[in-house]
Design a protein around this ligand. Structure first.
Ligand SMILES: [Ca+2]
Ligand SMILES: [Ca+2]
Ligand SMILES: [Ca+2]
Ligand SMILES: [Ca+2]
Length: 245
């Protein structure tokens, strides 16, 4: 007697669940992003493969960390909802690309990340910030709540003036510094994070006088390209962990 209703339910599950899964995975414009993700995550046109018309498909741009919505711009350079959190970090943190206050606590996503709070939790939960410098690879990587926000080549100290290794913290942030000594003079250097003081202060800082990132160049500081340092400086706080190895 009751077999028929059960059979109908079973058949519905067997047909409807896979159908829903296929719908969710549909990529109507064949750009490598599903319709669902285009509508709900990337805010690109699910019917047009190249939303910003720059010759690269939406899927290619996301894979290369470029904005599919603003031609020629990297995701990290775009802030689609004007909440001070760039599109790259919104996707990493899984906050809303078009929602300036993802957790609805009246603080903007970017304001929360700058101050070290979780932008997805309306409770005032602090998340760990950590900067790691690998001197062998001459690479800096930084993490917010163990999510990698960025990673790029740097220039540490040359062999005779090595960058100090160990566990440090950002002691102070300086928007501008003047570095000078025997044979060098670099005024108006932007974005400086002091992390230890020995005979003199050691900083992670922007460098505009060379482009040899990936090779040791400095007198012991960590040189970073301006395009990378601007974002790191904005995000880093006093007491952010700095691990150099
Ligand atoms: Ca698509
Ligand atoms: Ca495009
Ligand atoms: Ca944003
Ligand atoms: Ca918020």
């Amino acid at each position: 007697m009751r077999l028929l209703p059960k059979l109908i339910i079973l058949l519905s599950i067997l047909i409807i669940v896979p159908w829903l899964a296929v719908q969710a995975a549909t990529d109507a414009d064949g750009d490598g992003l599903t319709d669902d993700d285009e509508i709900n995550i990337f805010f690109t046109d699910p019917t047009v493969a190249d939303t910003d018309g720059d010759g690269f498909s939406d899927g290619q741009e996301i894979a290369q960390e470029y904005s599919p919505r603003q031609a020629g711009k990297r995701l990290i350079e775009v802030d689609s909802d004007d909440d001070y959190l760039n599109d790259a970090w919104e996707l990493i943190m899984e906050t809303g690309l078009m929602d300036p206050d993802s957790d609805g606590d009246l603080y903007l996503d970017g304001t929360e990340v700058a101050a070290g709070f979780d932008p997805r939790n309306p409770k005032p939960v602090q998340l760990e910030k950590r900067i790691e410098v690998n001197l062998k690879e001459q690479r800096l990587t930084y993490f917010f709540d163990d999510k990698k926000l960025d990673s790029f080549l740097i220039s540490g100290g040359i062999a005779s003036l090595p960058t100090p290794k160990g566990e440090f913290k950002v002691m102070k942030k300086f928007p501008l510094k003047h570095y000078r000594g025997p044979g060098y003079d670099y005024p108006n250097t932007k974005w400086n994070l002091l992390f230890t003081i020995k005979q003199y202060g050691y900083y992670i800082h922007g460098a505009y006088w060379h482009n040899n990132f990936g090779r040791p160049m400095s007198h012991g500081c960590v040189n970073v390209a301006y395009k990378d340092m601007e974002h790191l400086y904005w995000w880093a706080q006093t007491n952010t962990e700095v691990l150099i190895y």
